[in-house]
Design a protein around this ligand. Structure first.
Ligand code: THU
Length: 130
């Protein structure tokens, strides 16, 4: 699957976003090493901080299905620049192996980054006492 194909899947999932408070619908599509695609959307809440981003929803769906090794994540929104994951999502992303993260917007702009480019000097399990 090409990066453009994965972005197209993210755009399809985006139609299911629940974003009545921000009006900012986000879609994500996570390609696993096994070749499956899991979708995610932002799911907002009347108690604003309770809302969850599309990226974390996709990762949760994949992990729930038993997948932990990822090839690529595409995220798309109607943003001026390709949609950049928030800090919390970046931390969740570096927990699992993934080759690349594809940022996109509905205008068709793409930007491809590695997890290390997204979150340099990330905190990880290696820092924890054994
Ligand atoms: N959001 C995402 O789902 N992913 C991002 O990469 C950026 C932000 C959501 C959170 C909230 O529902 C809305 O977009 C506005 O911040």
């Amino acid at each position: 699957m090409t990066d453009k194909d994965l972005v197209a899947r993210a755009a399809e999932f985006r139609a299911r976003a629940y974003a009545p408070y921000s009006g900012f619908a986000v879609g994500a599509a996570l390609l696993t090493k096994s070749g499956r695609v899991y979708g995610g959307v932002n799911v907002e809440n009347a108690s604003y901080p309770v809302g969850i981003c599309a990226e974390r929803t996709a990762i949760a769906a994949a992990v729930t299905a038993g997948e932990r090794e990822f090839e690529a994540l595409a995220v798309i929104a109607d943003s001026l620049e390709p949609c950049a994951p928030c800090g919390m999502c970046r931390q969740v992303l570096v927990e699992f192996p993934i080759a690349r993260v594809i940022l996109a917007n509905t205008a068709g702009d793409l930007r491809v980054l590695t997890p290390d480019e997204l979150l340099p000097l990330a905190f990880g399990a290696a820092a924890l006492p054994s």
